[in-house]
Design a protein around this ligand. Structure first.
Ligand code: SF4
Length: 490
């Protein structure tokens, strides 16, 4: 039996076909020298890898080296490995003699089935169409040939603003993992690495995300029982005092390979069918995993490698240092300051702060998509190149002019005001676009449209906004104001 080499994002039991198969695990320090990671992300990866090595005991050979190549020089037997999750890693394993590359695991739809589906489509690829295909293909939330409840999407029931007057959602808090001796060793090693010159961003803190399959399953069970019902209606809402809302906090567990996504999907389906969980919440959760997560994984491989470098809106500004250093205290805009502080303190915020606060702000300022992608990749506990390419290049920055979305995800302060409690305590006014108290998101929205009027002229979904922009009597003044604000923290 060949030895199974498991990367640090292939750590769950479903990455082994035979429970007794010999395993190779490699911890490479060079990964953390090459890119500045969030301290809590580095902790989570090392903790998960070392916990897996401890679980496997003698079954695993665990090598801690500077590079992967150095570790592989010590291994003299044939290896097999599941398809890695980045182009760079795939190229690396394919170049090695004696290494067999097996199909990927940890995603629902296979590369071949996705390619067949995508090859049959004309024009742009859309998540909604893929999601419907995947629901039928995998028989998830189906009643014969029809979706249960008669509709594919229950988004209209979801996506509500936060409850009025609430500081936090009335839902049991997610259970946090208990740190152990392995975490203590990881923390001591990271402290030492920092003294040796390896740099991290963000604050250290108690580990909040699962590092073992057992912890991930326990978080899933708690979510399905106590939090799923509130997930759907408030999945897009933001409250300054509640960073977790009713989200599952399982994205890092899927992306580390600790949790099989189908287990989560079947669990949610069962919660609907047997425990009466509300269908909109269940459908919203399934959509995130079977739809969005698989879709962005497949686009990373289906599109050419150059897609990652798309920059069709000619965004030329560098991402500023106050942003990459997560300097929330430098920012007055309450929404942005709060979101940056959450990233600094937890290495995680949910999809709306990512898309409609961070991504929206960067899009308006014209920051380079590749730099922004690298920021999301290294600063979030669940960030990987395959996730962030689609989410940043394709979705939030519209850098490919709509290969996966129908319009740029750009909005003014009105959206943030509706979906959060941020604006009430902010020195800016979400309705104003000009003047000292002009909301940077509202002013930035109009300046973005003005700057890109010739680059996205034919987009039907933007036509109304473009017309409105052309009618603004103070447009030139708004554009000049935003130019002057430049890249300074708002
Ligand atoms: Fe954010 Fe503008 Fe609202 Fe302030 S007013 S919190 S900057 S959207």
């Amino acid at each position: 039996m060949s030895r199974r080499w498991l990367f640090a994002d292939q750590l769950g039991p479903h990455f082994l076909d035979d429970r007794r198969q010999p395993v190779l695990l490699i911890e490479s320090k060079a990964v953390f020298r090459r890119r500045v990671h969030h301290r809590q992300k580095a902790h989570l990866i090392l903790s998960a890898l070392r916990h897996r090595a401890a679980e496997l005991g003698d079954q695993a050979r665990f090598l801690r080296t500077e590079t992967y190549a150095e570790a592989l020089r010590k291994v003299r037997e044939p290896l097999e490995v599941r398809h890695p999750t980045s182009r760079r890693a795939l190229e690396f394993v394919r170049r090695r003699d004696g290494v067999t590359v097996l199909p990927p695991r940890g995603y629902l739809t296979s590369l071949e089935d996705f390619a067949d589906w995508a090859d049959d489509r004309r024009g742009a690829l859309r998540m909604e169409a893929f999601y419907r295909f995947a629901r039928v293909h995998h028989g998830v939330l189906m009643q014969g040939d029809e979706p249960v409840g008669g509709r594919w999407s229950l988004d209209t029931e979801n996506r509500q603003p936060p409850p009025k007057q609430a500081d936090r959602l009335d839902v049991p808090a997610p259970p946090m993992p208990k740190e152990d001796d392995i975490d203590a060793e990881v923390r001591a090693d990271l402290d030492r690495w920092e003294r040796e010159g390896i740099r991290f961003v963000g604050r250290d803190g108690p580990r909040r995300f699962p590092a073992t399959a057992k912890e991930a399953k326990s978080r899933l069970r708690h979510f399905l029982r106590h939090r799923l019902a509130m997930f759907g209606p408030y999945e897009d809402a933001m409250l300054a005092g509640d960073p977790w809302m009713a989200h599952s906090l399982l994205s890092s567990s899927f992306n580390l390979g600790l949790l099989d996504p189908m287990e989560a999907i079947r669990g949610a389906e069962q919660a609907y069918r047997k425990q009466g969980a509300p269908l909109p919440s269940v459908e919203g959760f399934v959509r995130q995993i079977l739809g969005w997560r698989d879709f962005v994984w497949h686009l990373y491989w289906y599109f050419d490698a150059g897609w990652q470098r798309s920059n069709a809106l000619a965004a030329r500004r560098s991402v500023p240092r106050w942003w990459t250093e997560l300097d929330a205290d430098a920012v007055d805009a309450r929404c942005l300051s709060d979101v940056l502080a959450d990233v600094r303190d937890h290495g995680w915020v949910h999809h709306i702060p990512r898309l409609m606060v961070l991504g929206n702000y960067a899009l308006q300022r014209g920051w380079r998509p590749t730099e922004l992608g690298a920021f999301f990749h290294t600063s979030f506990v669940d960030g990987y190149e395959w996730v962030m390419t689609a989410n940043v290049v394709g979705m939030s920055q519209y850098a490919d002019l709509g290969r996966m979305t129908t319009k740029p995800y750009v909005s003014g302060g009105v959206y943030i005001n509706r979906m959060s409690d941020y604006c009430g305590g902010c020195r800016y006014d979400p309705k104003k676009r000009l003047g000292e108290d002009a909301c940077p998101f509202t002013a930035g929205y109009w300046a973005f449209l003005a700057r890109n009027r010739d680059r996205i002229p034919g987009n039907a979904r933007m036509a109304r906004a473009m017309k409105q922009m052309e009618r603004l009597s103070d447009l030139d003044a708004v554009v000049a104001q935003e130019k002057q604000r430049g890249n300074d923290p708002p």
